[in-house]
Design a protein around this ligand. Structure first.
Ligand code: SF4
Length: 370
């Protein structure tokens, strides 16, 4: 902007404090949620909470957030940790790219910005993993920039308030402009947090509680008796299911594990080598092929260990795990980022995907039997 003002600031000079914002903030003041990241204006804690809350429910995030703050109370403490330590701390929260990006960001903030999170939205947006939502949320809550934070909650509310006849992401611009016109310059962080709370507690996806909604008077979908229609839904593809085989490869009391490619799904986590069972294969032949392709070694499956079923957010798996004997070859990181031999006890010290955790007890019991 030539005059240095954001769109929201310019709109509010014309339209100081909208009816909608007044009702919303009065409700928020009466029943705002007392989350630990809300008891301070520490940009680090606000940034961390927003990263954790992306695509994850508050109830899931709370214990992770509290444990994280105990172990990593500052940007410096995150920056000085290894990626493996960071992934271990994040283990189970999913979407591991968030943890890797947060770690990289903290290193950049420490090395290039004097350890202080910039209050400039443009600067902050350049950090890894910081998209429009995280940027607006952190900048508004920590530094009072009037930038609307438009996540799934805000999209749902905005689509209903304005009866936006477009599905996501085509509806994003209209909804962002709508909130941009209403976010108050005096309390932008509270406004964004009120929208988050309203989406969680009142304007939920199923059965919104319109009778007790503080902004029902401004809601076009309610007035037109068409709340069920918004936001416009698109038919989602069915979640894919994969049949996987994994080998617990033993050699002299140790197990061979591989590290997943950093930029892929579950990137940076360790796992028991294996992969998708292809047409014409069974679990054992799949393990032999996958281990050869991934690590360049020859193994022989010897006995069945366990079948695991696990549902991730975007897909589900059935995994057949087999004990294997290591036969020959020096491991190489061909289809993975790294490999190592570990004792069965060490598996609990390293970050693994959740599905692999379901094998841990059995592996340790097998070792004691052997
Ligand atoms: S009136 Fe109902 S649909 Fe409209 S914003 Fe409130 S809860 Fe959502």
């Amino acid at each position: 902007m030539g005059n240095g003002l954001y769109t929201g600031e310019m709109n509010l000079i014309k339209n100081k404090y909208s009816d909608f914002a007044s009702h919303l903030l009065a409700w928020y003041d009466g029943c705002s949620c007392n989350f630990p990241w809300r008891d301070c204006k520490d940009p680090y804690k606000i940034y961390l909470s927003e990263v954790m809350l992306q695509q994850t429910q508050v109830s899931t995030v709370l214990p992770y957030y509290q444990k994280w703050i105990q172990k990593y109370p500052t940007i410096q403490s995150v920056a000085n940790a290894t990626q493996e330590q960071i992934l271990k701390q994040w283990e189970g929260l999913g979407y591991y790219g968030r943890a890797r990006n947060f770690h990289k960001s903290c290193k950049i903030i420490l090395d290039n910005m004097g350890g202080i999170i910039s209050s400039n939205p443009e600067e902050f947006s350049k950090l890894p993993g910081v998209g429009p939502y995280i940027s607006a949320a952190v900048m508004s809550i920590a530094f009072q920039h009037p930038l609307p934070a438009v996540d799934a909650n805000a999209i749902r509310i905005g689509a209903r308030m304005e009866m936006v006849d477009l599905p996501y992401p085509k509806n994003l611009k209209i909804i962002s402009n709508y909130f941009d016109n209403h976010i108050p310059i005096e309390r932008p962080g509270d406004f964004n947090q009120a929208i988050m709370d309203l989406g969680r507690k009142i304007c939920s996806a199923d059965k919104p509680k319109c009778r007790v909604c503080p902004i029902s008077i401004n809601c076009k979908a309610l007035v037109n008796n068409s709340v069920d229609k918004y936001p416009i839904k698109v038919k989602r593809a069915k979640k894919p299911h994969y049949n996987i085989a994994a080998g617990i490869i033993w050699n002299k009391g140790q197990i061979l594990i591989s590290k997943r490619r950093e930029n892929g799904l579950l990137g940076g986590l360790w796992e028991f080598p294996g992969g998708k069972i292809e047409k014409g294969e069974n679990a054992q032949t799949c393990i032999i092929r996958e281990v050869k392709e991934e690590l360049g070694v020859l193994v022989q499956p010897t006995s069945f260990l366990k079948q695991i079923k696990h549902a991730y957010t975007h897909f589900s798996i059935t995994m057949d795990a087999y004990h294997c004997d290591y036969l020959q070859g020096t491991p190489q990181a061909i289809g993975c980022d790294n490999w190592k031999w570990i004792t069965p006890e060490e598996i609990r010290l390293l970050p693994f995907p959740k599905a692999n955790h379901k094998l841990f007890d059995k592996i340790i019991v097998s070792e004691s039997i052997c």
